[in-house]
Design a protein around this ligand. Structure first.
Ligand SMILES: [Fe+2]
Length: 355
């Protein structure tokens, strides 16, 4: 820890981890209880929001946040309109009203960098993570500054997105398929919409400009388009803001090899080799076999080479800080992306968000 920045608030010290200014770290300089923290968050909105705007993320470390309800009380103290309906793609479980498990995907799966629900018209404004139990090894929630990514992406790719936007196509299983996740698919449509009522599904889809194609109740294809970049509602900065990394089947290959380089374990090597093989099979079987697919808005494929260059830019800016149990992280979802590195041992990270 280094470089204390300000002493504006007597008992909260601010610093950065090593060279990176992402995130700014808040720590108590004396023993405090959870009420002291929630009170501070409520009363010092201008201060922490200014830090969030500048750095993109704030890590609260060393505070007595012992359980989901403590975490939720911090969320309440922000005075944000908290989310409770999750229209995203990860399998998640609700813990308390505004708090969910971050992802129920198996520990060896990497989760690529993404801005939360960037494929929606109105993605969450702020994201909140809480390390109820930090893993033994790995399991970081790496962050990337999407404002820097926007500046660094190959201008040719940027120009294509500027002109055509981004198109997503996702194929979902339905209620009678019991499996919760598969390697290439997102969760079932009834799980995502939180209902089996088709009128309700249509209503939610209309609100989100989702185009639906039904092939019986157990197969639904959702298509929608977004601009691919977003301007921060207050700071007016431009960010790379799309799900190409998560939805392009070739993105994971570059990712798993980078993870192997970082973790240097037999498991990460095994995952990298296996995924490379499976992706080759996937490529040979053609675009129509892909359950999750992303293209430029005019339908043009994002090539493997383009995808790799996007992943390279992300990893150039990626910051991965190991969790400590009790950590709370606030992320500005219009400035930073997040992901997950594979881990071992029990790990429980909870999440909430504001609309
Ligand atoms: Fe996420």
């Amino acid at each position: 820890m280094s470089q204390a920045t300000t002493t504006a608030t007597k008992w909260i010290q601010k610093s950065f981890l090593g060279e990176t200014k992402l995130p700014i770290v808040y720590e108590p300089s004396e023993e405090k209880n959870i009420l002291d923290l929630t009170h501070w968050v409520k009363k010092n909105q201008t201060e922490w929001r200014e830090d969030l705007k500048t750095y993109g993320a704030i890590l609260f470390r060393g505070f007595p946040v012992h359980e989901a309800s403590d975490f939720q009380s911090i969320l309440f103290a922000t005075d944000e309109k908290l989310g409770e309906f999750y229209l995203g793609t990860s399998p998640r479980d609700q813990v308390v009203k505004h708090v969910f498990t971050a992802s129920e995907l198996p520990p060896h799966y990497p989760i690529m960098q993404h801005a939360e629900m960037s494929f929606l018209d109105n993605p969450p404004k702020l994201l909140f993570f809480y390390a109820e139990k930090a893993s033994e090894t790995g399991g970081e929630t790496p962050l990337t500054d999407l404002r820097e990514v926007y500046k660094d992406i190959d201008p040719k790719i940027k120009a294509k997105i500027q002109k055509h936007g981004i198109r997503y196509r996702r194929r979902y299983d339905g209620p009678s398929k019991k499996a919760r996740f598969s390697l290439w698919k997102t969760k079932r449509w009834d799980e995502m919409f939180g209902t089996t009522n088709l009128d309700e599904v249509k209503k939610i889809s209309d609100q989100n400009r989702f185009h639906l194609d039904w092939f019986g109740l157990d197969s639904l294809t959702i298509t929608n388009e977004q601009s691919g970049f977003r301007i921060h509602p207050e700071a007016k900065t431009t960010a790379w803001h799309n799900h190409s990394q998560t939805f392009h089947y070739q993105a994971a290959v570059s990712e798993v090899w980078k993870i192997f380089k970082r973790q240097k374990t037999f498991r990460s090597l095994g995952v990298a080799i296996l995924l490379t093989l499976l992706t080759t099979i996937k490529r040979i079987s053609g675009e129509q076999s892909h359950d999750v697919h992303v293209t430029y808005g005019n339908g043009e494929e994002i090539s493997a080479k383009e995808m790799k260059s996007i992943t390279d830019v992300f990893w150039k800016h990626l910051v991965a800080i190991p969790w400590q149990t009790g950590d709370v992280l606030i992320i500005d979802n219009f400035s930073l992306s997040h992901g997950r590195l594979p881990f071992t041992g029990p790990r429980r990270i909870l999440v909430g968000w504001s609309e």
